[in-house]
Design a protein around this ligand. Sequence first.
Ligand code: HEM
Ligand code: HEM
Length: 231
Amino acid sequence: MKSSNRATTRVWDLPTRLFHWLFAAAVIGAIVTVKVGGTWMDWHPIFGVTALVLLTFRVIWGFTGSRYARFSSFVKGPKTVWHYVRHQEERSSPGHSPLGGLSVVALLLVVAVQAGTGLFATDDILTSGPLNQFVSSDTAALLTSIHKWNENVLFGLIGLHLVAIAIYALRGKQLVPPMITGNVLSENLPSDAVAARDTVDLKIWALVLILVLGGLGWWLVSLANSAPMGF
Ligand code: HEM
Ligand code: HEM
């Protein structure tokens, strides 16, 4: 039996990891349901609102989560990003790199626009976002066209996200396993690297947060079901 005793350092807390995979699933679910169409379209707003709930969770987590999940640890100015692009360090520090941080912010912003405009969108036949009933038809048409157009930006960024991860893997830096296990081999980190505190308290806070936000999401979805027919 082979066992590995190599020391590891916790980088991603459990809520961040769960967020990532559920968020990816919700965004992909929203894309697949709209592309397959038919009755699958009934699930589109549910996946979309789920993505919005998770995104809101991630924004709050960016201020209250563990060390490397915080925006302050990975949102850097243009100078730092440029410096990183030009001289990538051999033994990089844990967490998102300055360039990775930029892509995280971009992904979150683009999904925010997508899901936010979706709340007001309508196909003028069967499916409307829950807040569509509260805006004029001109506003709804504008937000629907942004919702459709932004699809291209979203696809581009997801493509870039996956290509970047593949390039790092080809160059010997595996980013996917840490997003699953939460850990990085300590020998690949600088000797003074500090582990993230993935504590029970933090997990309870994450659970409370997601239950409250999930409740709000549920209420949002139910608004669409109670909307009067717009004929
Ligand atoms: C990450 C989240 C979302 C993604 C990736 C997404 C993606 C898309 C895409 C690509 C379309 C265009 C379909 C086409 O014409 O080919 C679409 C349409 C639509 N989406 Fe979303 N959406 C999201 C969230 C939402 C949310 C939260 C709602 C409402 C609660 C929503 C409601 C709609 C509606 C009503 C349409 C129909 C517009 C039309 O066909 O004229 N979407 N969505
Ligand atoms: C199934 C394919 C996917 C894989 C293998 C994957 C993998 C990863 C990995 C390895 C990271 C960490 C990067 C780093 O160490 O800096 C990451 C971060 C991230 N990914 Fe993905 N990803 C996938 C799909 C998606 C999708 C569809 C989205 C949504 C648009 C997404 C959004 C994000 C975000 C927002 C982060 C930052 C995580 C955080 O700090 O909370 N990913 N992804």
